[in-house]
Design a protein around this ligand. Structure first.
Ligand code: EPZ
Length: 451
């Protein structure tokens, strides 16, 4: 497999300013929501990430016109039509977003198709919650060799649902289906991440009736018509936190324009407890503002982290943070409770000199679904350790970013293969590295070392 190789000269701090745009885990979903409107929608603060291209292709395959003006998208769903399985496969790529087209297409056309889904290799990522919800709304699901064909012989009906686990995707599936279903839907054990709340804001602008209750129960009253929306996507708190970890790991200083304190409170507490410094700069209404993250000097302090659903410590913050933990004095513990296999990326950090041991036990405050099920989902990190350069192959989006900051923190020159995986989730990636003074350059594609 030939692949872009990024040559990384490590050992110097990242210093400078970057901008994060709309959240990768909201924008593609809001684009899908536009399908439900009878009139055009405008979505602002669009990031340059792969899933935006995927959903643009899928929307156009279904007859929606999509016009990009800078960081704004205008989508006109007046003429929605069935796309062929081939067209959907061409655009779906390795994205997981196509599954969210089901509800809107079943409402608009009475039919939907889900190709085999891709996404980061951080667990087997089943879609059983999604399919169970769609069946409860009244859809029929047929498994065929090329994927899943769904149909809704008559109007979908509201229903009572309880998720076995507060899945973000399954919550979005229910929201995008219930808003136009007949009657009331009650969703218990829902996910309430900031990106979910922003999607609810989008749907409310379209005319939906959605109530989020204190015990994570969401009630949706189906309506007969939804119209287009105008919305500015919330900033990407996952990308902002990734760069904050990069500032710590390289003993640097990074100002992240657009970072929002409210969405990052749990992360900011951990960042401060670890020994990082941050300063929130909210310039009041209309001002973009942002957060400055820096290493104040001295030692970082080891700590115990347990990932959880919002408002807990977001699982997508875990991988970049582990690199900063390799630089902290003492024993740190990470208990990953959202995905069963999201610590495998640490093997490469060990080859760079990190002291990391993985365990099957739940090494955290609360036993989780993966305890004693043969998943290595806890880690003990002993630091600080000096990292040295290595040949690295990107395993997934966030693990890839953690490899990049480890290479930037390490002494010597690393070669990072598969960098385009990072570009999928971090818009203008090369530009940001340049703005932060990262000493990197592309080298000719070459064969990737066997893993
Ligand atoms: C979304 O994935 C995000 N991706 C993930 O971010 C994020 O880590 C995750 O939510 C959790 O916050 C996007 O929004 C595109 P889930 P999603 O359904 O919706 C299990 C990143 O790096 N599950 O909340 O796929 C599942 O296996 C990515 O930006 C079922 O068992 O996550 C997992 O263990 C990575 N059956 C847990 O729930 C189902 O039908 C959480 O998954 C669905 C999920």
């Amino acid at each position: 497999m030939t692949d872009d190789v990024l040559v990384v000269h490590g050992g110097s701090p990242l210093r400078g300013e970057i901008h994060v745009r709309g959240a990768k885990n909201l924008v593609p979903k809001a684009m899908v929501a536009a399908l439900l409107g009878e009139t055009p929608s405008t979505l602002r603060n669009i990031p340059g990430v792969r899933d935006v291209e995927v959903v643009t292709g899928l929307l156009e395959a279904h007859g929606v016109t999509v016009v990009r003006n800078g960081d704004e998208l205008v989508m006109d769903p007046t003429r929605v039509e069935l796309a062929s399985v081939d067209e959907i496969n061409v655009h779906a790529g390795a994205s997981r977003i196509p599954i969210l087209f089901c509800g809107p297409l079943l409402h608009r056309l009475g039919h939907a198709f889900i190709p085999d889904l891709g996404g980061c290799r951080i667990g087997d990522r089943p879609i059983d919650f999604h399919l169970e919800a769609l069946r409860q709304f009244g859809a029929t699901v047929d498994k065929t060799p090329d994927g899943l064909h769904l149909s809704a012989p008559q109007r979908l009906r509201g229903t009572k649902l309880e998720l076995p686990y507060p899945s973000v995707g399954a919550t979005e599936q229910v929201l995008l289906t219930a808003v136009r279903a007949e009657g009331v839907t009650e969703l218990r054990n829902a996910a309430v991440e900031p990106e979910i709340i922003d999607l609810i804001a989008v749907l409310q602008k379209m005319g939906a009736l959605i109530t989020v209750q204190t015990d994570r129960v969401i009630r949706i009253t189906g309506v007969d018509r939804l119209d287009g929306y105008v919305h500015t996507a919330l900033p990407d708190r996952l990308e902002a936190a990734s760069w904050a970890c990069a500032a710590l790991a390289t003993r640097g200083d990074i100002y992240v324009h657009g970072a929002s304190q409210v969405d990052m409170m749990t992360f900011l507490n951990v960042f401060r407890s670890l020994g990082g410094a941050f300063e929130v700069d909210d310039r009041g209404p209309g001002g973009l503002g942002g957060i400055r993250f820096w290493h104040p000097g001295g030692d970082l302090t080891a700590m115990a982290i347990e990932t959880a659903v919002h408002p807990g410590f977001q699982t997508d913050w875990q991988q970049p943070l582990v690199v900063a933990l390799t630089q902290a004095s003492g024993l740190s513990i990470v208990h990953e409770t959202v995905y069963e296999n999201r610590l495998g990326f640490t093997d490469a950090l060990v080859t760079m000199g990190a002291h990391i041991q993985l365990y099957r036990e739940c090494l955290g405050g609360t036993p989780c679904r993966f305890g004693q099920r043969n998943f290595q989902h806890s880690a003990v990190i002993s630091g600080p350790t000096k990292l040295h350069a290595a040949e690295l192959v990107i395993p997934d989006l966030r693990g890839g970013f953690s490899y990049l900051i480890a290479a930037l923190a390490a002494e010597g020159t690393s070669r990072v293969h598969g960098i385009e995986l990072i570009q999928r989730g971090y818009g203008d990636f090369d530009g940001k590295l340049a703005a932060l003074g990262a000493r990197v350059e592309r080298s000719a594609p070459e064969s990737v070392p066997a893993q």
